[in-house]
Ligand binder design. Structure first.
Ligand SMILES: Cc1ncc(COP(=O)(O)O)c(C=O)c1O
Length: 302
């Protein structure tokens, strides 16, 4: 956790950054928190083979592969996009891990899921016990990683002697936000969790978060208030992974002022939202705001 002094002083607020890019295993990021729960579930069920799905440069697949290898499992990644001659970024790490990559030449998530289902059937028929995870590992089990993270945030209130008014982060397959929302429900904290959508329009994505939060809450006997789900789709630009001017500015600002590296797909857009909210006075004077750095900066090496 760092206080971002430069931003805080400029805008008369207290801006903190939770460094989930430093969660460590498999180069870190928000996916390690989900994988802590997903890998445990896979091993508890006696599975010996892991299937993860994502785009060619998926952060989730990179971390899933690292966990699977560590857990002694056979790992298959179903990756949307062409096979690359010279893999870079996440793909380079996937190759180094020696896992099997199955490339699907389509941008459509449904086609990836279809390929993964077929693969699971083939592996099962050959005697493997398979644990298949959806895009982003956003299942009720995976979302528990961010229920847990939320309890850390509540503990931070005491250790920093600061109570956050808002938590802001990049949101895409809903697992991170659903977990935080359930954590909020359990704790009774009254602040706002703001999910900055990097792909989907607000109404559709709010429903995704609500559905997953409800399914996650059932495991904890908690109840989710639909009005607690706040999604902002104003920073997507032309689409998923399309670079916006605000995102470029945020990536440069964080690097040059704080020595913190964001990425252009997720955290850069969430930071662009944070900066814009500060400029527009959308947080009250003196507000305590927590920006969660969810990782993904391996993208800088693509
Ligand atoms: C770096 C990074 N930040 C944020 C997210 C969004 O998290 P979620 O998919 O849980 O909404 C992702 C998802 O891929 C990610 O890779």
């Amino acid at each position: 956790m760092h206080r971002l002094d430069g931003l805080s002083d400029t805008y008369s607020a207290n801006i903190y950054c939770k460094r989930d890019d430093l969660t460590g295993f498999g180069f870190g990021g928000n996916k390690t928190r989900k994988l802590d729960f997903l890998l445990a579930d896979a091993l508890d069920q006696g599975c010996d083979t892991l299937i993860a799905i994502g785009a060619n440069q998926s952060n989730f697949c990179r971390v899933a592969a690292s966990y699977g290898v560590w857990g002694g499992m056979e790992v298959h990644l179903v990756l949307g996009g062409n096979r690359c001659e010279n893999p870079t970024g996440n793909l380079r790490v996937d190759h180094l891990l020696g896992v099997t990559c199955h490339h699907v030449d389509s941008p459509d998530w449904d086609n990836w899921a279809c390929e993964a289902e077929g693969l699971e059937k083939r592996l099962t028929a050959s005697g493997k016990k398979v644990y298949r995870m959806p895009v982003g590992g956003s299942t009720p089990r995976g979302a528990l990683g961010y229920v847990d993270a939320f309890s850390e945030i509540i503990a931070d209130h005491s250790s920093l002697a600061v109570e956050f008014d808002a938590v802001i982060h990049a949101s895409s397959s809903a697992g991170t936000q659903a977990g935080l929302i359930v954590g909020k429900a359990i704790s009774g904290w009254q602040g706002q969790v703001i999910g900055v959508s990097v792909a989907k329009p607000q109404d559709e994505f709010r429903q995704d978060v609500l559905d997953l939060a409800r399914a996650t809450a059932v495991q904890m006997d908690a109840v989710v208030d639909p009005s607690s789900i706040v999604v902002d789709d104003g920073y997507i630009g032309e689409g998923y992974a399309a670079r916006t001017a605000g995102c470029r500015e945020a990536v440069e600002m964080f690097a040059r002022r704080f020595g913190v590296f964001l990425d252009y797909v997720y955290t850069g857009k969430a930071a662009a939202a944070l900066i814009d909210y500060l400029r527009k006075g959308r947080f009250a004077q003196g507000a305590n705001v927590l920006f969660i750095h969810t990782g993904g900066n391996i993208e800088l090496f693509e």
